[in-house]
Design a protein around this ligand. Structure first.
Ligand SMILES: [Zn+2]
Length: 136
């Protein structure tokens, strides 16, 4: 007995580099955004639990707007970064003096709102998803 505990996954040849289409089983690059053989797209199967890019986008939102830009929403990201955040800081600073500090709570709320939003919006960096058959 020389191969007692050979790993069981040897039959999956290179499971780290490729994945199988959940619809038709075609072999695709691991980070494929859509199937080349059928109309499966990553959005349809993974939106429920959040993609890896969602987590990255939320982390990037430490600088509000950066996460949106990362997801391909450049206009919204720029608005948040150059208008929304300065306004939020200004409002928080102004109200801070009038509300004995409560205005400062606006900033964490703003940050949280931006992160929450960037988690929920669609990922636009997928290259060829939008052409054929939008389903929503
Ligand atoms: Zn497929």
């Amino acid at each position: 007995m020389e191969y007692t505990d050979a790993p069981a996954q040897t039959q999956f040849e290179t499971s780290t580099d490729t994945m199988q289409c959940p619809y038709c089983g075609a072999t695709l690059p691991r980070d494929a955004q859509a199937c080349t053989q059928c109309d499966w797209t990553r959005d349809q199967t993974e939106t429920a639990e959040g993609k890896a890019s969602d987590a990255v986008a939320v982390m990037l939102s430490v600088i509000p707007g950066l996460g949106h830009i990362y997801k391909g929403h450049r206009l919204i990201g720029a608005l948040i970064m150059f208008i929304g955040t300065p306004m939020a800081i200004a409002i928080a600073a102004i109200t801070f003096t009038f509300t004995a500090g409560f205005g400062g709570l606006l900033l964490p709320l703003w940050w949280f709102g931006v992160m929450f939003h960037v988690w929920g919006i669609d990922d636009r960096i997928a290259p060829n998803v939008r052409d054929e058959g939008e389903q929503y």
